[in-house]
Write a protein that binds this ligand. Structure first.
Ligand code: ZN
Length: 181
């Protein structure tokens, strides 16, 4: 009877180990797939769109996806997608590009995926806490809006500078600023 118990224990233990192994394997497979989507898809999008480098940034111009989202631009590390052209006579996209490059810096120092999670979590918490300007007051956006008109900002910026904006008061963005992600 004891031998049978031991045998059953070995079988049950092996089954448990196999289940744990399968779960770990499927979790890591899902993780790898998610990482591939997060890290490689923007580069593939940029490469397939035949876009160019602007001031050291991979820029996708006249993006249908950005138009569909009804925003001016979006930063998806390591690329920036714009609704219009990156360089025009008016120079407005220069500010937009600077705003998005601040987000690229935030994304790279947060290792990208955690940035998206923190961005969504902070926005949700501010919305649920009835922050009057949940989007503008998010630390990532507050840093970008505060410094998008300073050409030398990214050269002098300290790492994780967005942390200084966690407790910043309600602000209103500069006139003429559209929605940017
Ligand atoms: Zn932004």
């Amino acid at each position: 009877m004891k031998a049978l118990d031991r045998f059953e224990g070995v079988i049950l233990g092996s089954a448990a180990l196999a289940c744990a192994g399968l779960c770990t394997l499927s979790a890591s497979t899902c993780g790898l797939m998610l990482a591939a989507v997060i890290y490689l898809l923007p580069v593939a999008w940029w490469a397939l769109s035949g876009a160019a480098m602007r001031d050291g940034t991979r820029v996708i111009e006249h993006s249908d996806i950005v138009d569909w989202l009804e925003v001016e631009a979006i930063a998806l590390w390591p690329c920036v997608a714009l609704s219009g052209a990156a360089l025009t006579a008016k120079g407005n996209p220069t500010r937009t590009l600077r705003h998005e490059r601040i987000h690229l810096a935030q994304q790279s120092e947060c290792l990208v995926l955690p940035f998206y999670a923190l961005y969504l979590a902070e926005g949700l918490i501010r919305y649920m806490a009835r922050d009057p300007l949940p989007y503008d007051n998010m630390c990532f956006e507050a840093e970008a809006f505060d410094n998008e008109r300073r050409p030398s900002y990214l050269r002098k910026r300290q790492r994780f500078a967005f942390l200084n904006y966690f407790t910043s008061r309600t602000r209103s963005r500069c006139p003429g600023n559209g929605d940017m992600l």
